[in-house]
Design a protein around this ligand. Structure first.
Ligand SMILES: Cc1cc2nc3c(=O)[nH]c(=O)nc-3n(C[C@H](O)[C@H](O)[C@H](O)COP(=O)(O)OP(=O)(O)OC[C@H]3O[C@@H](n4cnc5c(N)ncnc54)[C@H](O)[C@@H]3O)c2cc1C
Length: 512
């Protein structure tokens, strides 16, 4: 395999193989039963289930549908979320582990049921999922996980061989798991939403939630959606007035390659138990079958030059499949919670009409369905069998105080480091090469400077507009990323994702 060229920007197969949606911008005021902020898998699934339950809904999406984390996922639909069940049992008890298994197994069946009922052509296939180890010291953990999974009613087993060309020590398998093309699935589902007083609005960013009288969502263009109930499905909550979510959601990025090899893929979905994390699944495409290889996760805005992560993954792909040719590459981020269980339910105990779903820890295909089922049930009947486990205000967040403290020390550290680090003073334009970026000082201010292919220098204020951390350059994606809470911006200062709702200041005049 030739060393992969990074001259082309990263592009996920899911976006390359489907058309952009063109739902309207919110250009008037509307009133619905439930307003949903965000049109990823969480928002679309919530809207679909609630409309089916007889409520009028509106999705308000800042960009276009399913282009965020959902458009960059690996789309394994599984209740096997690493070696999660023993962790939950140890931390919260057997009943919690049972609920997590029941909820996520039910989610697989719900997704499969919708696909079957609506005959959605989305490359859905049932697969066996494996967590494997190449190390002796993980064998015991794998065996314990398999035994517990069986007790929880999952069709689990232990094996010492897998069909990939990798020599393993042990693996735990879960049967009747699945994979699909997330955008083919979601874009079909979304077609059922507009109509009968329900809407999808795109390119409409919610910048404020007024909670004085019921709820009034306001977009950047000044239009409003009035709603009895609101679901925040914006990945990171875009409502910062309460909840301290900035201190209990941690952004992690990871990377994906889609490669072609002569060797036929044996089937199955695989992930390592140990670090560095590696993940495999097949990818049926019009250009023939490919293999998706993922891994290299790290905290957003922290660590090495991000291009190195693609290089590491490419080197690993070649180690396993020496003739591997890379056809697509992409990366994205997801949010982790201190106890590894997502937040789905009431935003706060005191907000019976404001809901949240996030913190899926790279397992959002089933967890978004679980979240949507919980929130639908809370809205429609006032209770859900899984509401306590997923409750965003649960007590176990405090019990995971070690993770909480370590993560927040890391944020404080990033904040300080960013403020104290020196930047070169007034370098000439020639110091920044085409396609490269640097943080420079201009008249005492830190400014991020990126030189594009035409030689134009783009200047932005590198202070994050969310909570003021110093942004880091992400060379692989050509973006400015926040190492504290994961907001990301283009080199022109536009918002890509994260908690912020304000673009960066740009150009020397505005920065002054
Ligand atoms: C590399 C990687 C691989 C993964 N692979 C898997 C996998 O195999 N299986 C699995 O189960 N999970 C996987 N995940 C996790 C999964 O992809 C995510 O958990 C899931 O896609 C999150 O969906 P979402 O709808 O919550 O967020 P998103 O898809 O990001 O959607 C949120 C939407 O909200 C919009 N938005 C944000 N702010 C506003 C605002 N103010 N106003 C209006 N709209 C707003 C955004 O534009 C975005 O479209 C993976 C994650 C990563 C990082």
């Amino acid at each position: 395999m030739e060393k992969y060229s990074f001259t082309q920007p990263p592009h996920p197969y899911w976006l390359a193989s489907t058309s952009d949606t063109d739902y309207p911008v919110l250009d008037r005021d509307v009133k619905v039963d439930v307003a949903i902020i965000g049109g990823g898998i969480t928002g679309i699934t919530c809207a679909y289930l609630l409309k089916k339950a007889g409520l009028s809904v509106a999705i308000i999406e800042a960009d276009r549908l399913a282009q965020g984390a959902t458009g960059h996922t690996t789309a394994k639909i599984t209740s096997q979320h690493g070696l999660i069940y023993n962790k939950i049992k140890k931390q919260m008890g057997m009943e919690a582990a049972q609920q997590y298994a029941d909820a996520n197994e039910q989610a697989i069946r719900e997704i499969a049921g919708i696909i079957e009922e609506k005959k959605i052509d989305c490359d859905f296939s049932h697969q066996t999922a494996y967590v494997y180890t190449e190390r002796d010291d993980y064998v015991q953990e794998i065996e314990t996980e398999a035994k517990l999974a069986q007790e929880l009613g999952i069709e689990a087993d232990v094996t010492t061989e897998i069909a990939l060309p990798i020599k393993i020590k042990a693996a735990v398998s879960f049967d009747k798991q699945a994979q699909f093309h997330p955008r083919k699935y979601l874009l079909t589902l979304a077609k059922d939403i507009p109509d009968d007083n329900s809407y999808i609005f795109t390119q409409s960013r919610v910048v404020d939630i007024d909670d004085e009288n019921n709820y009034l969502l306001k977009t950047a263009e000044g239009k409003k959606v009035a709603a009895d109930k609101v679901i925040i499905a914006s990945h990171y909550p875009c409502y910062n007035k309460a909840g301290l979510y900035f201190a209990r959601l941690f952004p992690h990025r990871s990377y994906v390659l889609a490669v072609k090899t002569r060797e036929a893929y044996p089937g199955g979905m695989y992930i390592t138990a140990e670090e560095p994390g590696r993940s495999f699944r097949s990818l049926p495409t019009e250009e023939g079958e490919m293999i998706m290889i993922g891994g290299e996760h790290h905290k957003t805005g922290q660590g090495a030059d991000t291009r190195q992560h693609y290089q590491n993954l490419a080197a690993y792909a070649q180690e396993v499949y020496p003739d591997a040719e890379i056809h697509y590459r992409w990366s994205t981020q997801d949010y982790l919670t201190p106890d590894q269980i997502p937040y789905a339910g009431y935003f706060l105990p005191s907000t019976p009409n404001l809901f949240l779903a996030t913190g899926f820890r790279r397992w959002g295909m089933t967890n978004s369905m679980v979240s949507a089922m919980i929130i639908r049930d809370l809205i429609v009947s006032g209770e859900s069998p899984w509401q306590n486990l997923y409750d965003p205000s649960r007590q176990t967040i405090a019990a995971s105080s070690k993770t909480f403290i370590v993560e927040n020390l890391n944020v404080a550290n990033q904040l300080l480091k960013g403020k104290l680090s020196a930047a070169p003073a007034d370098p000439t334009d020639a110091d920044i090469e085409t396609g490269e970026a640097k943080v420079i000082m201009i008249d005492g201010d830190k400014v991020g400077a990126y030189r594009d292919e035409q030689g134009t220098l783009h200047l932005v204020d590198t202070t994050c507009t969310h909570l003021g951390c110093e942004l880091k350059w992400n060379a692989a994606e050509k973006s400015w990323d926040c190492p504290c809470h994961g907001s990301r911006f283009t080199y022109e200062g536009e918002i890509i994702e994260g908690p912020t709702v304000k673009p960066l200041k740009t150009g020397k005049e505005q920065i002054d």
